[in-house]
Design a protein around this ligand. Structure first.
Ligand SMILES: Nc1ncnc2c1ncn2[C@@H]1O[C@H](COP(=O)(O)OP(=O)(O)OP(=O)(O)O)[C@@H](O)[C@H]1O
Ligand SMILES: [Mg+2]
Length: 556
């Protein structure tokens, strides 16, 4: 609104200046120092002074509209990026985990920025339309023929733009998809840089990215060509229209006094042409950038459509955890877990074992409410999980993941993990994770910054830091995905101590591989092909399950 009004008024001021200039020039030619405006004679110097004042007003107006347009574009970009991240964070785990790596990053950064640019192109379009309108109004007051010429040219332009739209849109869309592919491929190379080097596959990897880059270049060229050629073609069309308009004015001019009017109209026409070209350029940018905004919107819609139902119940206790006739499959017709009936009680340390692909990680994700059973239900403290307030669950369940990932921040921030826990909890957790001593030895203690490259800590220390993170929240249910990779003896001891000492009513579920961990379990569940094959104390299961016996023996 403000931009439209500002541009319209600016256009009026500019048109008035142009008319004043032609009137003064015509007076000079006549050898007169007065100009006739609406039947009154005014001194040329006064007219020039007014014209200069109008120019000052125009500069002020254009600065104000530009500043409003910039603020608007920045706001659109910020909202788009915020909305993408918010919907991503509130979407379901299956959606998040099936996303190709690097896609969210490219969309948040590139598409977010281009969505801001799109808003900017819209403001430019509104400004040029309003500017054109101002010129048309001025032209109408001095010569109706010129007005008709401008309207006809404007209308013709809009009609002529139509067939090009779908062409430009398709080009822009195809370039947008290739930018996303490039984003994913680059992210992958970054994540695999070590392997790429060790396996010596730099060349094929580079070839693969070069293919995408080349294809991107080809599509970008098309987008750029259309983006610039279309306004240029239209400029030529407009010039032809201006010549015709001028002809029409000369034809209708009956007296020499019409000369000044004709001059003013020509100036207005020439000036309108640049506004019209701006309009066409803005239109091309809207088509081009629109595909980015659509890509971003589609991603937001994907995240939004998958947001789960939000429960509100706050259970007094989360344990026992019950699984009732739980089935789960990722793909219809391929069951991964079948008919699980389990009751996991307070104080238990449940070791989850079974061959690779048996469904251990899947069961863990069901317990963490990251996935929903295909059939049956999961209950915490007697309440179906989908009725429980998710924030409450999150506060009272913790996970130690298989691969520790640190955030950019201090040791304390890594343990706190955005939960604003009391400082005492953090030092206590570091102590329980057997890290206190090593952290104290760091230059700034718990305030030492750890980079996302995690250079400052060893693998075992990182592992223990994620253990401290889980313990700091004093969870009622603790899920631990034990690393299959070698664990330093210190971390191993911490894990064993943590699970055996969990005592006080906590339920610990551990996907266990190590003898030291298995020994600390009070109960063993052997999963095989998605079913519970054995369930009992380690002694009972060792007696019954050859698989478990082989695990115990292998680890000695
Ligand atoms: N996201 C997924 N989409 C489709 N199938 C999956 C997905 N994740 C796992 N599966 C399949 O589900 C089955 C169980 O996998 P799961 O990861 O639960 O096994 P696991 O017992 O944890 O194995 P491991 O000991 O190797 O970690 C496997 O057949 C696997 O291929
Ligand atoms: Mg697993």
């Amino acid at each position: 609104m403000a931009i439209g009004a500002g541009s319209f008024l600016g256009g009026l001021a500019e048109a008035a200046v142009l008319i004043a200039m032609t009137l003064v020039a015509e007076a000079l030619i006549r050898g007169s120092d007065t100009v006739e405006v609406l039947g009154t004679d005014i001194a040329s110097t006064t007219v020039i002074a007014v014209a200069l004042a109008l120019l000052v007003v125009r500069v002020g107006l254009s600065l104000a509209t530009t500043s409003t347009a910039a603020a608007f574009s920045a706001d659109v970009m910020r909202r788009a990026q915020q909305s993408l991240l918010r919907t991503y964070l509130s979407s379901s785990h299956p959606v998040r985990s099936s996303r190709p790596r690097g896609d969210l990053q490219s969309v948040a950064v590139t598409h977010g920025r281009f969505t801001g640019d799109l808003a900017n192109a819209y403001t430019q379009m509104a400004a040029s339309v309003c500017g054109l309108l101002a010129f048309a109004v001025m032209a109408l007051t001095i010569n109706p023929v010129a007005f008709v010429a401008i309207v006809v040219v404007g209308g013709g332009l809009i009609a002529a733009l139509r067939p090009l739209r779908s062409h430009s849109r398709a080009a822009a869309r195809s370039y947008e998809t290739v930018t996303r592919t490039l984003g994913r491929e680059v992210t992958q190379v970054e994540a695999l840089h070590r392997e790429v080097h060790v396996f010596g596959v730099e060349e094929p990897v580079e070839d693969r990215i070069t293919d995408t880059v080349t294809e991107g270049g080809r599509r970008y060229r098309r987008v750029r060509f259309l983006g610039q050629a279309v306004p240029q073609v239209f400029q030529s069309v407009l010039m032809a229209a201006a010549v015709l308009g001028l002809l029409a004015i000369v034809q209708t001019a009956t007296a020499s006094s019409d000369l000044a009017t004709a001059g003013a109209v020509v100036l207005l026409l020439i000036r309108s042409m640049s506004s019209a070209q701006q309009l066409v350029t803005a239109n091309q940018r809207i088509i081009e950038l629109g595909s980015y905004a659509r890509g971003l919107d589609e991603l937001i819609a994907t995240f939004r459509s998958q947001a789960g139902r939000i429960g509100t119940v706050v259970p007094t206790r989360l344990v026992p955890v019950r699984l009732r006739s739980v089935d789960f499959s990722y793909e219809p017709g391929t069951p991964v877990l079948t008919g699980l009936d389990l009751e996991l009680c307070a104080g238990e340390v449940v070791g989850l074992v079974g061959p690779s692909g048996a469904g251990k990680s899947t069961l863990v994700e069901l317990l963490l409410h990251l996935r929903t059973p295909t059939a049956g239900s999961v209950e915490f403290g007697g309440i179906p999980v989908d009725q429980i307030d998710p924030a409450e669950l999150a506060r009272r369940i913790a996970i130690v993941p298989q691969d520790p990932v640190l955030v950019d921040g201090t040791v304390a921030e890594n343990v706190d993990f955005f939960r604003s826990l009391p400082p005492g909890r953090i030092t206590d957790a570091l102590d329980r994770a057997d890290l206190a001593e090593q952290i104290d030895a760091l230059p700034d203690g718990v305030d030492t910054r750890l980079g996302s490259d995690e250079r400052a800590l060893s693998g075992g220390q990182r592992q223990r830091l994620t253990i401290a993170r889980a313990l700091a929240g004093d969870p009622e249910v603790l899920v631990l995905d034990e690393p299959t990779s070698a664990l330093d003896s210190r971390s191993e001891a911490v894990i064993a101590r943590m699970i055996s000492g969990s005592g006080t009513g906590r339920l610990t579920v551990v996907v266990a591989h190590r003898h030291s961990t298995l020994r600390s379990c009070t109960r063993i569940l052997v999963l095989n092909k998605g079913r519970v094959e054995f369930d009992g104390t380690p002694e009972e299961v060792a007696e019954a399950s050859p698989y478990f016996r082989s695990m115990l023996n292998a680890d000695h």
